[in-house]
Design a protein around this ligand. Structure first.
Ligand SMILES: Cc1cc2nc3c(=O)[nH]c(=O)nc-3n(C[C@H](O)[C@H](O)[C@H](O)COP(=O)(O)OP(=O)(O)OC[C@H]3O[C@@H](n4cnc5c(N)ncnc54)[C@H](O)[C@@H]3O)c2cc1C
Ligand code: SF4
Length: 333
């Protein structure tokens, strides 16, 4: 493994100042923050990430979950995935988030993994994780062998000719449907980024995955006040029942009154190059009668732009069925 310096900054300002010296906050960064390390250290062992300095952020005061004055929730960056999933307010008001987190990884990994680390976890594309192979995301301009190679688990939405890697997070899918906001402190001050604007599509720069700049530290995530009476569900379909990434998943947050859907927030996982909020599905549901025909129409709308690769065409119907089933189950709950 690459030799690196391990530092424990005393406060956020010191962490930001140290990380601001990095040439980039994207793939190949020479300074990296470390939360639980379950993504970063994995990739360092594979030489996919080779930072010269690793800044352990676990001593920073970023590990609280608090109700905001507006009635929403503020979640510190280093809150562990397990603590968030089992928090009583999350289980009561943001059930879809608890379900999504508990569907990911294993209990041991969830005990280590942080919220900010989960937001920034990397693709499981096998070529990205193997330095003997070319990969536009790891080494821009070298090509994308996945397009003609092993792509069964890769994306069908948001792909480009440069990269078709799936965003693997479960937590992020729920956060997209809950319309979370990501709060960042950087060398130029603080800013808040709506969840849908945080991750970037690969386009011609797949090495650039988020809006983060050198020195940017995610400090917390906020959720808006819960929608009273909403029906929520996260459904994940995968090759085995646990400890496996999604082939397709759906996070749904529905409000139904007098048999009509008055509000719908929909996001898909396992199929997009970023956590995939589907405004098309939401439009197909809003104001409609809550029944099977409406659910299927929403699923058709969500996958209309899907582009299959040589091995993953099955994901289109799988994702449609996943969303239809999730909507039916949530509506009946
Ligand atoms: C075997 C295995 C199975 C898994 N299965 C699943 C699964 O089914 N579903 C799923 O969703 N996930 C799964 N995961 C991924 C897991 O959820 C992530 O590894 C974890 O959430 C990352 O969190 P972390 O705190 O350990 O991140 P770290 O490894 O500490 O950090 C990840 C990245 O985020 C950056 N970073 C961390 N905090 C900050 C911050 N505050 N500001 C700026 N940058 C920051 C780091 O520099 C690094 O680049 C699996 C992981 C493993 C190893
Ligand atoms: S899909 Fe993306 S991550 Fe995978 S090989 Fe192609 S460029 Fe690399």
């Amino acid at each position: 493994m690459h030799i690196f310096e391990f530092i424990r900054p005393a406060d956020p300002a010191a962490a930001i100042a140290a990380a601001a010296q990095s040439k980039t906050a994207q793939q190949g960064a020479d300074v990296r923050f470390m939360g639980g390390g379950t993504t970063l250290i994995d990739l360092m062992k594979l030489n996919v990430e080779t930072p010269d300095r690793v800044l352990d952020i676990n001593r920073l005061p970023l590990d609280e979950i608090e109700v905001t004055p507006e009635g929403g929730l503020k979640i510190g960056a280093t809150v562990r995935n397990s603590d968030l999933a089992h928090h009583p307010t999350v289980q009561k008001d943001y059930l879809v988030l608890s379900q999504a987190i508990l569907n990911g990884a294993s209990a041991q990994i969830r005990n280590m993994a942080t919220v900010s680390g989960n937001l920034l976890q990397r693709t499981r594309c096998v070529y990205f994780r193997d330095t003997a192979m070319s990969c536009n995301k790891r080494e821009p301009g070298t090509g994308c062998p996945a397009i003609t190679g092993h792509n069964r688990t890769l994306a069908i939405l948001g792909t480009s000719e440069q990269c078709i890697a799936t965003n693997p997070s479960d937590m992020c899918v729920a956060m997209a449907a809950l319309e979370a906001t990501i709060h960042i402190q950087g060398p130029k001050g603080s800013r808040a980024v709506p969840f849908g604007d945080f991750h970037l599509l690969p386009g011609s720069t797949p090495q650039r995955e988020t809006v983060l700049e050198p020195g940017d530290l995610i400090t917390h995530v906020t959720l808006p006040p819960p929608v009273i009476g909403s029906k929520q569900l996260y459904l994940k379909l995968r090759d085995r029942a646990s400890y496996e990434f999604a082939l397709a998943s759906a996070a749904v947050v529905l409000t139904i009154g007098s048999g009509k859907i008055t509000r719908a927030r929909i996001a898909l996982g396992g199929v997009g190059t970023k956590p995939w909020r589907s405004l098309d599905a939401e439009r197909a549901l809003a104001g409609k009668t809550s029944n099977e025909a409406t659910f299927r129409q929403a699923a058709e709308a969500a996958l209309r732009e899907a582009k299959p690769q040589s091995e993953n065409g099955f994901k289109i119907e799988l994702a449609k069925r996943c969303l239809t089933y999730a909507l039916r189950t949530a509506a009946a709950s």
